[in-house]
Design a binder for this molecule. Structure first.
Ligand code: ATP
Ligand code: MG
Length: 194
């Protein structure tokens, strides 16, 4: 195996939606990545103010979403590590698992804007190349704080969020085309978001 290029796209994925999938597929294509890992946060410590669907249920949705998609993989590295999920730890672990690989951390512009509040944020640039995709509704262009370097990748902008989807579940509005069929199946089978 040569020099692998791996995208790392972390999230709560509560639930995973077409905005996530379109981003992952298009960043993979634009940057010629071998694969993109959708890394399911175990404890998204920045979202402690609301109740989060269990990590296993969120992982099952991501796994279903990527099952038939070339080059996308669901990663349970943060779930298996347990505790709060810090991206710096995840990147260090991935470097050990994939020696010689080049890591690309994929962020929506809203996430990019908050980078400095992340645990050991200053270590991130030494561990990966930061990649930002613009998210509709988020302020600013790349969203990166002053002084941060990152690649900007254009992907089709889809104004979809998990927060909006959870509100749709709650009041019975349709989810069709916002969430893929395999994910809707997992939601039904596991009785999520009722
Ligand atoms: P929530 O509304 O619960 O915060 P979310 O839709 O923002 O959910 P997250 O799991 O928080 O999804 O996001 C994971 C990553 O995906 C973040 O980097 C976020 O910026 C990015 N992201 C989420 N939705 C989109 C979208 N529609 N387009 C581009 N990037 C997105
Ligand atoms: Mg979010």
């Amino acid at each position: 195996m040569g020099h692998e290029r791996i995208g790392v796209f972390g999230g709560t994925f509560d639930p995973v939606h077409v905005g996530h999938l379109v981003t992952a597929v298009n960043v993979r294509h634009e940057l010629g990545l071998d694969r993109v890992l959708l890394v399911v946060a175990n404890v998204p410590w920045q979202k402690a103010d609301r109740s989060i669907t269990s990590a296993e249920d969120r992982f099952a949705m991501v796994e279903a979403a990527v099952a038939d998609v070339d080059g996308l993989e669901a990663s349970r590295i943060e779930i298996d590590r347990g505790g709060d999920s810090y991206t710096a730890d995840t990147l260090i672990a991935l470097r050990e698992q994939h020696p010689g690989a080049e890591l690309f951390l994929i962020l929506g512009s809203d996430a990019a804007a908050g980078l400095e509040s992340w645990e050991r944020a200053a270590d991130l640039p030494g561990l990966c190349t930061i990649v930002v995709v613009e998210r509709p509704g988020a302020a600013g262009a790349t969203g990166l704080p002053a002084g941060w370097q990152g690649l900007s990748v254009e992907v089709p902008r889809l104004e979809v969020s998990s927060t909006d989807l959870r509100a749709r579940f709650a009041d019975g509005r349709p989810l069709d085309y916002l969430v893929t069929e395999p994910v809707i199946d997992v939601i039904r089978r596991r009785g999520l978001y009722r």
